[in-house]
Design a protein around this ligand. Structure first.
Ligand code: PRT
Ligand code: ZN
Length: 292
């Protein structure tokens, strides 16, 4: 049983790339809260949850030490800190790669050629582990926080190891990625003790169920269309991952309406085929939650 006045706690990034979507996930999970400027803490209504706002670098250790039960943070930060936490779910946002890049004009092509050189990074632990594994031992890792991409042009480093998402920062600084060290995305992490405490585990599982329903819904669209009755079988085979579409008769004989859910990333391929099979008036609407 949940002790009176005790909520589970979740740590999210206070201000940065992960903040907006972390809060969106929680709001969409029916967790109602208000954020007051400057406050580091929000108590939720409708669900026994407290939100703690932190710098992303502090989240893994905060969760490891039990100051928070859960956290939403990039897997890159968890790897760098080496915090002892349990990864519960990948959340599908904040995707990026930690890459080693060199100045285009350096002529360097392979990471092995960085032996004896300087690499600037904010991720010294991940980088040294990676270089060790590759057997590249004679590298000077220059630890720097912020603006890593300018270090080669200032002759502070010969290469960098930094996060890349669109690649435009690297291009702008005439840097060329030569090796991917790590792929990262935002993850939900937990303190191991939280998961062995009955009332907390129950709340964590309820929250995860809601988060999953929201994430699934974001990736899926509800599609409605009219189609000739004789195309039903072909259309049924075209629609991916569909268990059983809703099929309704229409006033005009020989025509039916079909309703189903389609993964968003497959929608355009599916739509083109549906049109070939005579489907018309294809209506696509977002789904708010998808509870399985
Ligand atoms: O203040 P606080 O410490 O909380 O925030 P921060 O400044 O350390 O982190 P923030 O908000 O920049 O990033 C938070 C998390 O977002 C990271 O730990 C990653 O998990 C994730 N993420 C995803 C990224 C990127 N993509 C990203 N592109 N974090 C940083 N970048 C930077 C990168 O360092 C480089 O400067 O964006 C630039 C490259 O972007 P592109 O699009 O030009 O390739
Ligand atoms: Zn940070």
């Amino acid at each position: 049983m949940k002790p009176d006045g005790n909520n589970i706690k979740i740590a999210v990034q206070k201000k940065g790339r992960l903040s907006e979507f972390s809060l969106e996930i929680l709001k969409s999970s029916g967790v109602d809260f208000e954020i007051h400027q400057g406050r580091l803490f929000a108590r939720c209504r409708k669900f026994p949850l407290d939100i703690i706002f932190l710098r992303d670098d502090d989240i893994p250790e905060y969760v490891q030490d039990g100051n928070s039960d859960l956290g939403i943070v990039g897997s890159n930060v968890v790897s760098e800190t080496g915090a002892r936490v349990v990864t519960l779910d990948a959340l599908g946002f904040g995707r990026c790669e930690l890459s080693i890049a060199v100045p285009g004009k350096s002529g360097l092509k392979k990471v092995e050629e960085l032996e004896g050189k300087r690499i600037a990074t904010s991720y010294p632990n991940i980088l040294s582990g990676f270089l060790d594994e590759k057997g590249i031992r004679d590298v000077n890792i220059v630890e720097i926080h912020g603006s890593v991409e300018i270090t080669p042009s200032m002759d502070v480093a010969d290469a960098i190891c930094d996060l890349v998402s669109t690649g435009s920062t690297m291009r702008l600084h005439e840097l060329v990625p030569i090796e991917t060290v790590l792929e990262s995305e935002a993850i939900l992490i937990a303190n191991p003790d939280t998961l062995s405490e009955g009332w907390k585990l129950e709340l964590v599982e309820r929250l995860r169920f809601r988060i999953q329903s929201y994430l699934r819904a974001r990736k899926t669209k509800y599609v409605m269309m009219n189609a000739p009755e004789e195309s039903l079988e072909k259309i049924r085979q075209t629609l991916p991952g569909m268990k059983s579409p809703t099929v309704l008769p229409l006033a005009r004989e020989g025509l039916i309406a079909i309703h189903t859910a389609v993964p968003e990333d497959q929608f355009w391929n599916v739509a083109e085929q549906l049109k070939e099979f005579g489907a018309t008036d294809i209506l696509v609407v977002p789904i708010e939650k998808l509870v399985l």
